[in-house]
Design a protein around this ligand. Structure first.
Ligand code: 1GP
Length: 248
C-alpha cells in the first residue's frame, strides 16, 4: 500500500518518523485544529494519527479527517475499537493488543473490522500493540497485563513473536499522558534482538527524550498530549528528531 511504502521509504533513508496524534475527543473546535495541524505539517510531521480510547464517534472522526485533508501527509487511523473506521483516512494501524487478557482486543475486534476495511479500501498496516509501564486508559480498557518499564526481556519476547507472525510494526505504548515514557533502554534492547519496526508513544514531552528514543532505535514516535498542551514544544520535538537524522 501507498502509506506503508511511504513509511518504509523514511525508514530506509534513516529518517525518524513523527506521528502527530489527534484525539477526536479532545478537539474542541475544528478551527483551532486546522491551525495546529498546519503548524505540525510545516514543522515536518510525517503523518497524522487519529484515535483515542474514550468518547470517539464516527461523526467526530470524519469531521477531523475532513480538516486534515488539506495536508499532504498520510492520515492514519489509530483505532481503539471498531467504531473508529472511516473511508476518509488513508490507512489504519491494524492492531492486535498483544498483552491483553481479553480475546476481543487480541483478535475479536479485528475479525469484526476486517471486511469493512476491505470493502472501503482502507490500507491496513499490520501492527502489534504492546502496553508498557503506566499504561493509562488504554491498559484499563484493553485489559492489558502491562509489561513493566524495567523488563526489556519480556518486551523482546513479544517483539519477536510479533515479527515471526508477520507484523511490520510494534507499537510500544506507555499510555497517553503517562508520567514516564517507555525507557530508551527497553527500546535499545528490543531493537538489538528484533527486526520489527518500533513505534514508541505515551508521555513523550521533551525533545531530549524524543532524541534518546530515536537514538535507541525507535523508527517512529507518537506525540499526543504535548500537541494539545504546548504546540511550540511539539514542534521542537519534531525539529530535534530531524536534527538526529541530519547529523547521522
Ligand atoms: C497515546 O502513545 C500515544 O496512545 C501518545 O501519548 O498523549 O502521552 O503523547 P501522549
Amino acid at each position: 500500500g501507498k502509506t506503508a511504502k511511504y513509511l518504509q521509504k523514511l525508514i530506509d533513508e534513516g529518517q525518524p518518523i513523527h506521528f502527530s496524534l489527534i484525539d477526536p475527543d479532545k478537539v474542541k473546535d475544528i478551527q483551532s485544529l486546522s491551525k495546529v495541524a498546519s503548524s505540525l505539517f510545516k514543522a515536518g510531521t510525517s503523518a497524522f494519527l487519529i484515535g483515542g480510547t474514550l468518547g470517539v464517534s464516527k461523526e467526530k472522526l470524519d469531521s477531523i479527517l475532513s480538516v486534515l485533508q488539506d495536508f499532504s501527509v498520510p492520515k492514519i487511523i489509530f483505532p481503539s475499537n471498531i467504531n473508529l473506521i472511516s473511508e476518509k483516512a488513508d490507512a489504519i494501524l491494524f492492531m492486535s493488543l498483544l498483552n491483553s487478557d481479553d480475546l476481543y482486543y487480541v483478535i475479536g475486534a479485528q475479525v469484526s473490522a476486517s471486511i469493512i476495511v476491505k470493502t472501503i479500501g482502507l490500507e491496513p498496516i499490520p501492527t502489534g500493540y504492546l502496553i508498557v509501564g503506566h499504561g493509562g486508559t488504554a491498559a484499563h480498557i484493553g485489559r492489558a497485563r502491562v509489561v513493566p518499564y524495567d523488563n526489556p526481556e519480556l518486551a523482546v519476547a513479544y517483539a519477536l513473536a510479533a515479527e515471526y507472525m508477520g507484523m511490520e510494526y510494534l507499537y510500544l505504548e506507555a499510555g497517553s499522558g503517562a508520567p514516564d515514557t517507555v525507557r530508551p533502554e527497553m527500546v535499545k534492547f528490543v531493537s538489538k534482538y528484533s527486526e520489527i519496526n518500533l513505534i514508541v508513544g505515551g508521555g513523550i514531552r521533551t525533545p531530549e527524550r524524543a532524541v534518546e528514543l530515536v537514538k535507541a532505535g525507535a523508527k517512529a514516535l507518537v506525540t499526543g498530549n504535548v500537541i494539545e498542551t504546548d504546540i511550540e514544544r511539539a514542534i521542537k520535538i519534531i525539529e530535534a528528531m530531524q536534527r538526529v537524522y541530519r547529523i547521522e
